[in-house]
Design a protein around this ligand. Structure first.
Ligand code: SF4
Ligand code: SF4
Length: 341
């Protein structure tokens, strides 16, 4: 265990940035956002970023490859570049867990080499949540905000930052920072963990449970009459899917630039009316079907295919951002709260 005075954070960031690119949450007019560190940029005090850290591994848009077409010849141009090593600082417990959810999708065979490349080059420095918000419910999914995963876990007191290296990669970086950090005992961190757990117990959603959902529950929930009422006001705007750290749907399109063809991948949303539209038509014709798909995927389909793991991490972003105030908590309470459930 190592520690550093908060007054020395600029020194710390400068030292990390000398070893590899460093990204950390900073305050912007639109809320906290991960940005590349540069001299003068300070760490945000916000609990979490508006958009999640998934962008680093699964960006909103990316150029997968190019094609040069000459007559009947098509030349394929691999635009991939080996990703540089980078450090993601200040990732919260929910977002670190979201990487496990994404890994099971993108690293399953056949592996997504674009995603894999970025995952292998990242070093995650997570931060325990001193002040969890009322919209947080990571505990529902078995996540401990007092003890996040990551290569290095950090704990912040009023005047110090503590580091606990969890992987070889993390230990190596912490060793490289030994001249600006000092040895620390675990007492302050243990106190911090106890304080965080006490706060987690006071959150309004602390009693939300996943019991009733999970593997093999498709028949039980699919035709539930409550989907009609729950989905009736949904605008199909897709905001909930774009802020969600675990949503992983995308579309691939080719564009003729006039100088060749570029193949792009961009995020898509199961809430959109043209999502997975095929020549035969749209498989989900109503917003009810699209809405049901999103929540059934998080609470039933994904766990069915992934050893019971849910594909929600309780980050609360969709609770904060949905324009009609609909979210997974309301769905869980409605469907799980039936007397016959
Ligand atoms: S469904 Fe909502 S609470 Fe769950 S991970 Fe996605 S944005 Fe966060
Ligand atoms: S649930 Fe809310 S955020 Fe999601 S698509 Fe519907 S209106 Fe938009």
């Amino acid at each position: 265990m190592r520690k550093i005075s908060l007054s020395k954070l600029p020194e710390l960031f400068s030292a990390i940035a000398k070893t590899s690119a460093l990204y950390l949450p900073v305050d912007t007019k639109a809320g906290a956002k991960f940005e590349a560190w540069a001299v003068g940029k300070t760490l945000s005090n916000a609990l979490n970023t508006v958009r999640s850290a998934k962008d680093f591994f699964f960006p909103q848009t990316e150029n997968l490859m190019d094609f040069k077409v000459e007559g009947k010849n098509i030349e394929l141009i691999d635009t991939r570049k080996e990703c540089e090593d980078f450090v993601l600082f200040g990732v919260r417990a929910c977002d670190v867990k979201s990487f496990e959810v994404l890994d099971r999708v993108f690293l399953a065979e056949p592996q997504d080499t674009y995603y894999k490349n970025r995952r292998e080059h990242a070093l995650i420095i997570s931060t325990a949540c001193n002040k969890p918000q009322e919209t947080c419910f990571c505990g529902t999914f078995g996540i401990d905000a007092a003890e996040p995963s990551g290569d290095i876990v950090t704990y912040r007191t009023d005047d110090e930052l503590f580091f606990d290296a969890k992987t070889e990669k993390g230990k190596k970086l912490l060793d490289a920072l030994s001249s600006i950090t000092e040895e620390a005992d675990e007492k302050a961190v243990d106190q911090q963990k106890a304080l965080i757990r006490e706060r987690l117990q006071k959150l309004p959603l602390k009693d939300l449970k996943t019991e009733g959902f999970g593997s093999g529950k498709t028949a039980e929930f699919f035709d539930d009459p409550q989907w009609k009422e729950l989905s009736s006001a949904c605008l199909g705007c897709g905001t909930c899917t774009f802020v969600c750290p675990t949503c992983q749907c995308y579309d691939i399109k080719d564009f003729d630039t006039g100088h060749g063809i570029k193949r792009f991948r961009c995020w898509d949303s199961c809430m959109y009316s043209d999502f997975t539209k095929m020549s035969a038509g749209q498989p989900r014709l109503t917003q009810l079907e699209r809405f049901r798909q999103r929540f059934m995927h998080k609470l039933v389909y994904y766990p069915t295919n992934n050893d019971g793991l849910f594909s929600c991490v309780g980050c609360g972003r969709c609770l904060a951002k949905c324009p009609i105030n609909m979210n997974i908590v309301k769905v869980m309470k409605a469907l799980g709260g039936r007397e016959d459930a």
